[in-house]
Design a protein around this ligand. Structure first.
Ligand code: COI
Length: 378
């Protein structure tokens, strides 16, 4: 039995443009483009957006069947029809990415290190026993989609188009085995700030986000869903996020909610090393590169909860901040550990502010790009 997931508007009229893209050197696949006749953009209040709840006119869809990705299509954003027996609903075989498109002051549109997201979504897929997606289709679909909906990207620091590629298991069947069919999609959502204001966090001493040998390094949908309950408990106490610690002993600091996390002790930056428990964040690795360029000492090493509590108590803990695509850089104004809250002074000349400016200047084409991170779309 098929049911419809209904969201968005119904588009009655659209027309088709066909262009050719190459799936692999040996196979040719047509990217079918079905364009909305009337854009919804006039109905959107771009000065009052809730993160991730408004979607642009078009989306990308491509199906995996009979051992290959097929029928890449850009179509009007709208409902899907998926069987309730699809494996994604039962076993959570789903991975995603988060990226952004930015518009500079001359109207040019840029992506930031999209290759990293491409590599990571495939790494996540492999971990979840899902097929990798071809590079050519990924980039052709992504750039075509961004070009088509470029009016949804407003200029000005802080405005962007959040891009959400994702893959889900669509084979019908509740047998607990990997799906043989998948859907790869890209949605796009105009965005402003993810968090408004500073973030207060609780250091986890009971719940865990990931374990050795688990899926923590994958951007698997379930990694995020599993955080909702403990995060709700933190919210009830007035904190927005949880800083996750190692699952074995809760001794080491690992990630902050949906972000990687950095600690500044005196003038040294500390962050957990990448492992199979920690997401290899694009913002994280970009900040490390910026810090090294600015001759700021960075230590990627296991960071003890006890050393951060001690640093907070002896005044050497200067900053904590989260780093991620959606939130960019989020300063932490207080953390709670075992029911004791430590407030942090919000420094004017913080590393968080400095890196945020350096990063945004590169992303919005306001400065040189010494690392070659910008990717021009149009
Ligand atoms: C991102 O920064 O892209 C994320 O993954 C956060 C998302 C869960 C909203």
């Amino acid at each position: 039995m098929i049911f419809s997931i209904l969201y968005g508007l119904n588009f009655t009229y659209f027309y088709q443009i066909n262009i050719f893209i190459f799936m692999k050197p040996s196979t040719t696949q047509k990217l079918d483009i079905q364009k909305v006749e009337r854009s919804r953009i006039d109905q959107v209040d771009f000065s009052n957006l809730t993160f991730g709840s408004t979607f642009s006119d078009h989306m990308f869809e491509c199906d995996y069947k009979d051992g290959k990705w097929q029928n890449p299509t850009i179509k009007p954003y709208g409902p899907l029809s998926i069987s309730p027996g699809a494996k994604v609903f039962h076993y959570g075989q789903a991975v995603f990415e988060g990226m952004k498109a930015y518009k500079d002051d001359n109207g040019k549109v840029w992506l930031f290190r999209p290759e990293q997201n491409f590599l990571r979504i495939n790494k996540s897929s492999v971990r979840m026993a899902m097929p990798e997606f071809p590079r050519d289709i990924f980039f052709e679909a992504l750039t075509t989609l961004v070009k088509m909906d470029k009016d949804w990207i407003k200029p000005g620091l802080g405005n962007s188009l959040y891009i959400r590629p994702f893959v889900m298991a669509t084979q019908v069947g509740v047998g607990a085995s990997p799906s043989t069919e998948y859907k790869f999609m890209i949605l796009m959502s105009p965005a402003q700030a993810y968090y408004t204001g500073n973030v207060k966090v609780v250091i986890a001493d009971h719940y865990s986000r990931s374990a050795n040998g688990g899926v923590g390094a994958a951007k698997a949908a379930g990694n995020y869903g599993a955080q909702f309950f403990p995060t709700n408990l933190a919210r009830e106490k007035g904190f927005q996020q949880v800083i996750w610690t190692d699952a074995s002993n809760h001794q080491y600091l690992e990630e902050a909610g949906t972000m990687n996390v950095f600690f500044r002790v005196n003038d040294t930056l500390l962050t957990a090393p990448i492992s199979d428990r920690i997401l290899d964040g694009v913002t994280r690795k970009s900040l490390i590169a910026l810090a090294k360029q600015d001759n700021i000492k960075v230590e990627e090493r296991p960071v003890l909860v006890s050393e951060i509590v001690e640093a907070a108590e002896n005044g050497t803990l200067k900053e904590i901040f989260g780093a991620g695509t959606a939130a960019v850089i989020s300063p932490v104004s207080a953390f709670s550990y075992k029911d004791k809250t430590h407030e942090l002074e919000m420094l004017e000349d913080s590393f968080a502010n400095r890196f945020k400016k350096e990063l945004l200047d590169i992303q919005y084409n306001r400065s040189e790009d010494p690392f070659d991170w910008r990717f021009e779309v149009v």
